[in-house]
Design a protein around this ligand. Structure first.
Ligand SMILES: [Fe+2]
Ligand SMILES: [Fe+2]
Length: 189
C-alpha cells in the first residue's frame, strides 16, 4: 500500500499549476506563521499542503464526492458546491490517504468557513490561505492584515472573517453559521 505522502503527492501532481503555486505559497506562509507563534510547523505545513486538493473539481464532482463520503450538503453548499472542497479533502485524506491527525483534518475540513472552536492549526491555515503573496497581489488592502497576523493572529483572523462577512452581505449571500459563531467567539475574547 502506498504511503500517505505518496498518495497526497500523486493527487497534488495532477493539479493545475496555478493551484499548485497557491498551495505551495500557503504552505510557506503557514510554516512561517507556525514558527512565529510556536505552533507545530509540520502539522501546519501538512494542513496547508493538502487544504485545496479538491479546490478545482467541477460542481458535479463536488456533489458526487460529498455524497460518496456522506458529507451533508446544506443550502449554502447546494448554491456553491465548490464550498464542499474542504470537507471533501478531509474525508479523502482520512479515507484514501490514511491521514489520521485530527488537527490537520479539522483545519482542512473547515478552511473556507472557519469553525467556532478553531484551534491554532486551523487559525494558521486560515490566515496563510488568505494572506499568501498571490492573495496580497490580488488585493493589496490585505497587506496590513498580513502584518497583523505576525503579532496578533486572532485579530487578523477576525478582520478576515469580517471582510468575508461583508462581501457576502454585499452579494446577498448567506453566511455560514460556523463563520458567524467564530466571529462572535473572537469578538468576546
Ligand atoms: Fe480552499
Ligand atoms: Fe486555498
Amino acid at each position: 500500500m502506498p504511503s500517505t505522502e505518496a498518495v497526497i503527492a500523486k493527487r497534488f501532481n495532477n493539479l493545475l499549476r496555478p493551484l499548485q503555486v497557491h498551495i505551495n505559497r500557503t504552505t510557506v506562509l503557514a510554516g512561517e506563521l507556525a514558527e512565529i507563534h510556536g505552533v507545530d510547523k509540520d502539522v501546519c505545513e501538512l494542513a496547508a499542503g493538502t487544504h485545496d486538493l479538491f479546490r478545482s473539481e467541477p460542481d458535479f464532482a463536488q456533489i458526487a464526492a460529498a455524497e460518496k463520503y456522506g458529507i451533508p450538503i446544506g443550502d449554502i453548499e447546494a448554491i456553491t458546491p465548490m464550498l464542499l472542497h474542504g470537507p471533501i479533502a478531509a474525508a479523502w485524506l482520512e479515507n484514501e490517504a490514511g491521514l489520521m491527525d485530527n488537527r490537520v483534518l479539522e483545519a482542512v475540513r473547515w478552511h473556507t468557513f472557519g469553525w467556532p472552536d478553531i484551534d491554532d492549526v486551523g487559525k494558521i491555515l486560515y490566515l496563510a490561505d488568505k494572506l499568501e503573496p498571490g492573495k496580497i497581489n490580488a488585493d493589496p488592502t490585505l497587506e496590513p492584515i498580513r502584518i497583523l497576523a505576525e503579532t496578533n493572529p486572532d485579530q487578523a483572523l477576525l478582520q478576515l472573517l469580517q471582510k468575508r462577512y461583508e462581501a457576502h452581505q454585499d452579494r446577498g449571500l448567506e453566511v455560514h453559521p460556523f463563520t458567524l459563531a467564530l466571529i462572535e467567539n473572537l469578538k468576546s475574547n
